[in-house]
Ligand binder design. Structure first.
Ligand code: GLY
Length: 345
């Protein structure tokens, strides 16, 4: 799928407008419309927003919307998120997710295997445990105890092809056979998202934030992490304050891109704090991107990071290091995929 191509106008309903073609420069993010609103990362967000909207349009809670919304993406086949995604370098798909509501309640899971909907397990962690984060086998045991089925440990057809190709190129030998290759940094997978041969950015995360009809904010973020990552690697998505942060008085932010660099600056928390200081969502996202670029120096050319934020007034903003990031928006008067502003081609 080409996320640079905007979704063509299609009949959505007699009430709602068609999905619109919008350029980054001609969308006035400061024009605030009635609640509710949902925004999410990349073109997969269009489909996720539809599910979230079913809840928001009937006056439902933003928390329910952001869970149901990203579940759509987690279940999609051959997508960038969920069990059909690319595995780690040992051939296992490991998933990370987080969720946060309007009361600073939050939950997350990391390094979770064989569970179809990590976002729902993250919500159970939030609602049914005294903890914020569960990882690995503990997270899986909790999920199973909560009734989530253990899915077969097999790669999707596309992921298997991608993995076979990666194995050929990287000459990676699984650690049980060759311990040397386990610690050789050259055998790390390309971090996420990486540039595909056709020049586009691969991506692997959906982040979503929403405001409901009561004006309450919530957010969710779910990912398979970096393709062909080291076993055990966890990115920003399940880390509250990095891949996701919600402060119901100020706004909410989610991140996509190279998680290590989002974690470095506590990215989503930084964006929300900048909004608290009076910056618009776009200005706040831009400042956070500039902070990462300053830290990375010339290496910023090699990575993609984007932030997507919503403030309490319903204003939306986004900023990316590179061209190619888009976000999906749905509100009463608008359904669109909008290209983000960026620093570099
Ligand atoms: N942003 C997703 C990850 O780095 O895992």
């Amino acid at each position: 799928m080409n996320r640079r191509k905007f979704v063509k106008a299609s009949a959505f309903s007699s009430m709602a407008l068609s999905i619109q073609k919008i350029g980054a420069c001609n969308f006035d993010s400061a024009v605030v419309k009635d609640n509710p609103i949902v925004i999410s990362t990349w073109d997969a967000g269009l489909r996720a927003n539809k599910a979230a909207w079913q809840i928001l349009k009937d006056g439902g809670r933003a928390l329910d919307a952001v869970e149901k919304g990203v579940m759509v993406t987690e279940a999609e086949q051959n997508c960038c998120v969920g069990l059909s995604a690319n595995p780690d370098r040992d051939g296992f798909v490991t998933l990370d997710a987080s969720i946060m509501d309007e009361y600073f309640n939050c939950g997350s899971v990391a390094f979770l295997e064989r569970i179809k909907h990590p976002i729902s397990v993250a919500r159970r962690v939030m609602e049914k445990t005294p903890h914020v984060m569960l990882v690995g086998s503990g997270a899986q045991e909790f999920a199973v105890a909560e009734g989530f089925p253990l899915e077969p440990q097999e790669l999707s057809e596309q992921a298997q092809k991608n993995y076979d190709n990666w194995l050929k190129k990287s000459k990676y030998t699984p650690p049980a056979i060759n311990v040397e290759s386990q610690i050789n940094p050259k055998n790390h997978g390309p971090f996420a998202p990486y540039k595909l041969d056709n020049g586009e950015w691969n991506h692997d995360t959906i982040g979503m934030v929403a405001m409901d009809a009561k004006g309450n904010l919530s957010g969710s973020c779910t990912t398979s992490g970096a393709g062909f990552k080291m076993r055990g690697r966890v990115g920003d998505s399940p880390i509250i304050g990095a891949g996701l942060f919600v402060d119901n008085e100020i706004g909410a932010c989610t991140a996509t891109g190279q998680g290590e660099d989002v974690i470095r600056i506590a990215g989503s928390h930084t964006v929300v704090e900048l909004m608290r200081q009076g910056l618009s969502p776009e200005e706040a996202c831009q400042k956070a991107i500039e902070r990462i670029m300053k830290i990375k120096g010339k290496d910023a050319e090699k990575i993609q990071v984007a932030f997507l934020a919503l403030n309490k007034k319903g204003e939306v903003g986004t900023y990316a290091i590179h061209k190619g990031f888009s976000y999906a928006i749905k509100r009463n008067d608008l359904e669109a995929l909008i290209p983000s502003k960026y620093k570099m081609e």
